[in-house]
Design a protein around this ligand. Structure first.
Ligand code: TXA
Ligand code: MG
Length: 312
C-alpha cells in the first residue's frame, strides 16, 4: 500500500499525532529538510527510525520541541545558550546541551550520550505536530543514512515510503539545508555542523565560535562523517565548465548548465535547490560537475555538503 501523503490540516495533524503516540513514524516538513519523526520517549519507535534509515546507532538524533518550555525539561541551558535561543528559535539552530534529570528523550535516541541535541523548528506544521503530541519528537532527515536529504514530500515518499505510516506535505522546504549545530555547553560556542544559520549570526550573539578540526574517525557530530549527503553519480567540484559526459550543476551566469542552483548567484536560492537538483541530476547522469560556490555566508554550508557528497 502506498504511503499516505496528507495536506497538513488540523485533522491530518491529529492523525499524525496519534500515529506517533502509538509508536509510528511520520514524515515531517521542517523549514530545513524533511524529517522522519518518532516520539523521542519511545525506544521501540526510535529503533524503527535507525532501522528505516540504516543509521548506525552511535549516531544520535535531534529532539525537536515546540517551545523553550519543552526544551527546558530535556536539557540544561546556560545563559549564553538562552541568548541563542532568544535570537534564533524557532529556527534552523540546533543546540547540544547537557541532559537534564527530567528529560524524557530515551537513551537510544541519544546514542547513550549524556548530552542532547535540541531544536525548535520554525515550520508551523512541525511545531503544531509537536505541540499536539505534547512531547519532543526525534526527527533525523528522512533519507537513507549517508544519502541526499529530502526537501519535498515526494522525496520522502520515494526514499522511505514503504517504511513509514504517513507523510505530512508541507510543501518544498524553505531553506533546503539542515540546521546549524552548536555545542552550547562550554564557555565558548562550538560549531559541530555548518548549516542554514550562518556562523556570523552566532558570533553576533555569542562571540568566540570554535571550529573543530574534523576528525573523520571520531566525529563529534556524525554529520561530520566525510562521506555523507552522497548521490550515486561521481561529483566534480569547482568546475569552470563540464567535461564530456558530465552534467553541469551551475551557480551564477554560467553556460551549458543542465540545471542551475541560482542563475543570479543567490546563495539562499542555491541552498534551497541543492538537494533536489542533485537528486534530479543523479537520476539521469553518472557524472556531475558543479560550478564554484563562494565560501561566504551560506556558501560555507553549501560547500560542506558538496565536499562530503563528492568524497568517493
Ligand atoms: O535541520 C535539521 O537539523 C534536520 C531537520 C529534520 O530537523 N534534522 C537533521 O537530523 O539533520 P540528522 O539526524 O540528519 O542530523 C543530526 C545531527 C547528526 O549529525 C548527529 O550526529 C548530530 O546531529 N547530533 C545529535 N545529537 C548530538 C549530540 N548529543 N552531540 C553532538 N552531535 C549530535
Ligand atoms: Mg541527515
Amino acid at each position: 500500500m502506498p504511503v499516505e501523503i496528507l495536506a497538513p490540516d488540523a485533522e491530518a495533524i491529529t492523525r499524525a499525532a496519534s500515529h506517533l503516540r502509538g509508536g509510528g513514524l511520520v514524515g515531517l516538513p521542517t523549514e530545513t529538510v524533511y524529517g522522519l519523526a518518532a516520539n523521542a520517549a519511545d525506544p521501540a519507535a526510535v529503533a524503527r527510525i535507525y532501522d528505516a534509515k540504516g543509521r548506525p546507532r552511535f549516531n544520535p538524533l535531534i529532539a525537536h520541541v515546540s517551545d523553550l518550555k519543552m526544551a527546558s525539561r530535556e536539557g540544561m541551558f546556560s545563559d549564553r545558550a538562552l541568548a541563542l535561543v532568544d535570537a534564533f528559535w524557532p529556527g534552523p539552530l540546533t543546540l547540544v546541551v547537557d541532559l537534564k534529570e527530567t528529560a524524557t528523550t530515551c537513551d537510544l535516541a541519544r546514542a547513550g550520550l549524556s548530552t542532547l541535541a535540541i531544536r525548535c523548528p520554525a515550520h508551523p506544521v512541525a511545531r503544531a505536530l509537536i505541540a499536539k503530541v505534547g512531547a519532543p519528537l526525534v526527527a533525523p532527515s528522512a533519507n537513507p543514512s549517508g544519502r541526499l536529504s529530502p526537501t519535498t514530500a515526494a522525496h520522502v515518499a520515494a526514499d522511505m515510503g514503504n517504511r513509514i505510516d504517513l507523510i505530512l506535505d508541507g510543501g518544498a522546504c524553505e531553506t533546503g539545508l539542515e540546521s546549524t549545530i552548536i555545542d552550547a555547553r562550554g564557555p565558548r560556542p562550538a560549531l559541530l555542523r555548518a548549516g542554514t544559520l550562518a556562523p556570523s549570526d552566532i558570533e553576533a550573539v555569542w562571540p568566540g565560535l570554535i571550529r573543530h578540526e574534523t576528525d573523520p574517525d571520531a566525529p563529534t557530530a556524525p554529520g561530520q562523517l566525510l562521506r555523507h549527503y552522497a548521490p550515486r553519480a561521481r561529483l566534480r567540484l569547482n568546475a569552470a565548465a563540464p567535461d564530456a559526459g558530465e552534467a553541469l550543476l551551475g551557480f551564477g551566469p554560467v553556460a551549458n548548465a543542465a540545471l542551475n542552483l541560482s542563475p543570479s548567484g543567490n546563495l539562499a536560492e542555491a541552498a534551497a535547490n541543492l538537494f533536489a537538483m542533485l537528486r534530479t541530476l543523479d537520476e539521469n547522469n553518472t557524472k556531475i560537475a558543479v560550478s564554484p560556490i563562494p565560501q561566504t555566508g551560506l556558501g560555507e554550508a553549501l560547500n560542506d555538503r558538496l565536499t562530503r557528497a563528492a568524497r568517493g
